[in-house]
Design a binder for this molecule. Structure first.
Ligand code: GTP
Ligand code: SPV
Ligand code: MN
Length: 629
């Protein structure tokens, strides 16, 4: 094996294989590290303990190396990625189950026996002259029976530092996996940016595979993750989409629970009654913003539990659906975030924040499109080019620029719910997406089964969160198109079966929302969104208590608008014309006939034979109602 012991300058957390073996009794962990240390040719091992000083050391190293720029805000840094490594890459994301049917028609599939040797080859010598960081982490509180631990091996200091923010990373997680008192399973996560260095070669500021080769690979049977070639977000922070959604969703299928692309928010009404709502919107469609909502309705309080991922299970004791946020931080979209739209996020990122691909102002602060003040002259765009405001050369911040920050810094974090092992009981589930046309502001499902159909029938206009065309309307069932670790038709069936574990009166009510409907003539958004979404949530809350009205339509239950009283959507104090109010809740049956036909086609031709019969029945019922039959 390589000469790990021969390193002369040892920083404090550097470790040898012998040292690791003294630290852990977990054989699987030692052999996982040994195998990949040897294959990748890493020249140092670094065990991440998760301390603050270790985080600071990593950041200082990255500043020295050019990956990070220190900002004016305390404890904060800017990273600029390679221009070809700015978002998730869905067509390079693979589910390597035994059969293509298991991965299903919406995932890219490779046979594990073909993919594993191919990856092993790519990883061979991929960490040459680099450090391999050993990153132990826990998704969910350490020690909770519902949490899942992982070990990520990575050659990216940026990833190691980000994992400290986004997960419960370090010694506690490691001791849980292999301390003196415990030995528990972990998900092996292997990651390389794919940029080995020749002896003496100078490193680049954002190393990634030179030829643009990327593989984000999942092995659901052996519960392993192998990610190669990218250092960005969901491609590289393997606890997030890879573990907590793709691998966790297959575990959840086997064990009878749900791993979802959902925010969790707590809502307290003026009478002091509290409910929790979970909501699935596709990437860059408003989860962080709804999770941190700053209420425009007086007397209503909103508290953040999670902004991206929810693990939900039926508690056998009370028969209700309980949700946990398994993450520890936020990896949020920067553009559009302002004092006006999301003051709680602005407060959250005042300090100790890692920004990626935002613009840099001349005085060393951050800027992005949608901030209330214009970019100061002489700002640098996300590629580091000096620009002047409105020079017509495109946005200064990349549209998928992000902030990475610990949840603890959110001023409206629901501390108790966030730290809870068992989570919070869910009263309502929302599905939503970006729909310029057809889909009303909000409507309610008639039953769990109808609600599952609303999830299955979600469509949304694509965003910059993934590489590819923008603004293209596509099917994104449950906002899980890029994240379901198994067959999407079976996933629909699993949702139906979880519903059956609950008595009807204990099932969360299900709604569909759309903040993005546009006026046909002006093409501007009809709904103000953001803090005013509290008005929609108020109606949802009151529906759960039987205290709000709705009208039957072909698609479900639609609210009236009211300027006084509490039984419809409260628009008092809102400058919204009667015409716009009508447009917002309009259900045009001729458009819904077309929608039903599109869904019928999607189930038949894309999801195919694994579509549950209940979904086929639902689409025919919708078609019948919308055509007036
Ligand atoms: P991921 O982190 O990619 O999963 O995204 P997300 O669902 O958390 O999306 P986020 O809340 O970050 O919002 C993405 C973009 O949508 C931002 O630019 C927001 O400003 C914008 N947005 C969020 N909520 C609203 C809304 O109610 N109305 C309008 N018009 N835009 C919104
Ligand atoms: C998303 O794309 O849904 C995200 C960002 O939350 S990433 O972690 O890059 O997947
Ligand atoms: Mn997301």
């Amino acid at each position: 094996s390589r000469a790990f012991g021969l390193v002369h300058t040892r920083s404090f957390a550097e470790i040898t294989l012998d040292g690791l073996m003294k630290r852990t009794s977990n054989e699987k962990l030692v052999s996982f590290v040994r195998e990949h240390a040897e294959n990748t040719g890493a020249n140092k091992l670094f065990l991440c303990e998760g301390t603050q000083s270790e985080f600071e050391t990593l950041c200082e190293m990255m500043v020295a190396q050019g990956t990070l720029t220190k900002l004016k805000r305390p404890g904060s840094y800017l990273a600029r990625s390679d221009p070809l490594d700015v978002a998730r890459v869905e067509d390079r994301t693979f589910i390597a189950s035994r059969t293509p049917r298991e991965a299903g028609p919406t995932n890219y599939w490779r046979h594990p026996d073909e993919l594993r040797p191919k990856l092993k080859n790519l990883f061979a010598s991929s960490m040459r002259n680099r450090t391999m960081y050993i990153v132990p982490f826990s998704m969910g509180p350490v020690g909770s029976p519902f949490s899942i631990q992982g070990i990520q091996l990575t050659d990216s200091a940026y990833v190691a530092a980000s994992m400290k923010i986004m997960t419960r990373m370090g010694a506690d997680a490691l001791n849980h996996i292999s301390g003196i008192h415990a030995s528990n399973p972990f998900v092996p996560c292997l990651h390389s940016v794919g940029a080995p260095l020749r002896d003496g070669e100078k490193d680049s500021s954002w190393p990634c595979d030179r030829d643009g080769i990327k593989f984000i690979a999942h092995f659901p049977d052996s519960r392993e993750i192998w990610s190669y070639g990218s250092g960005y977000g969901g491609n590289a922070l393997l606890g997030k989409k890879c573990l907590a959604l793709r691998i966790a969703s297959t575990i959840a299928r086997d064990e009878g629970w749900l791993a979802e692309h959902m925010l969790i928010v707590g809502i307290t009404n003026p009478q002091g009654e509290k409910k929790y709502v979970a909501a699935a919107f596709p990437s860059a469609c408003g989860k962080t913003n709804l999770a941190m909502l700053n209420s425009k309705v007086p007397g209503w309080k909103f508290e953040t539990v999670g902004d991206d991922i929810a693990w939900m299970r039926v508690d056998p004791h009370d028969g209700r659906l309980w949700a946990v946020n398994p993450e520890y931080g936020f990896f949020g979209v920067a553009p559009g975030t302002s004092e006006k739209t999301n003051p709680h996020a602005i407060k959250t990122i005042e300090k100790n924040t890692l920004f990626t691909n935002v613009a840099l102002t001349p005085d060393g602060d951050v800027w992005w499109e949608g901030m209330t003040t214009p970019a100061p002259d002489g700002s640098f765009d996300w590629k580091g080019v000096k620009r002047s405001a409105n020079d017509g050369k495109g946005p200064l911040a990349h549209p998928n620029a992000r902030f990475t920050v610990q949840a603890q810094q959110c001023p409206v974090l629901d501390q108790k719910a966030f730290a809870s092992m068992s989570g919070v009981p869910i009263d309502a589930i929302l599905f939503g997406g970006r729909r310029s046309r057809t889909v009303p502001l909000v409507f309610e499902a008639r039953s769990w089964q109808h609600g599952v159909f609303l999830g299955a029938s979600m469509r949304s206009e694509t965003t910059a969160a993934a590489a590819g065309a923008l603004g293209v309307l596509r099917h994104d069932p449950f906002a899980m198109l890029p994240f379901a670790g198994y067959n999407m038709g079976h996933y629909f069936g699993h949702w139906l079966s979880v519903g059956k574990k609950m008595e009807t009166k204990k099932q969360p009510r299900i709604f569909h929302v759309n903040w993005f409907r546009r006026d046909a003539t002006s093409n501007s958004f009809l709904w103000p969104g953001f803090g005013d979404n509290a008005r929609v949530l108020q109606w949802v809350f009151d529906r759960c208590n039987g205290k709000a009205d709705a009208k039957e339509t072909s698609i479900g239950l639609v609210p009236p608008f009211v300027s006084s009283g509490h039984r419809g959507i409260n628009v008092s104090g809102l400058d919204l014309s009667l015409h716009d109010q009508e447009e917002l809740v309009k259900v045009d049956n001729s458009e819904w006939v077309k929608e039903a036909e599109e869904l019928r086609h999607f189930f038949a031709s894309t999801i195919g034979s694994s579509t549950p019969k209940e979904m086929l029945d639902q689409v025919e019922e919708l078609h019948g109602r919308a055509s007036g039959l």
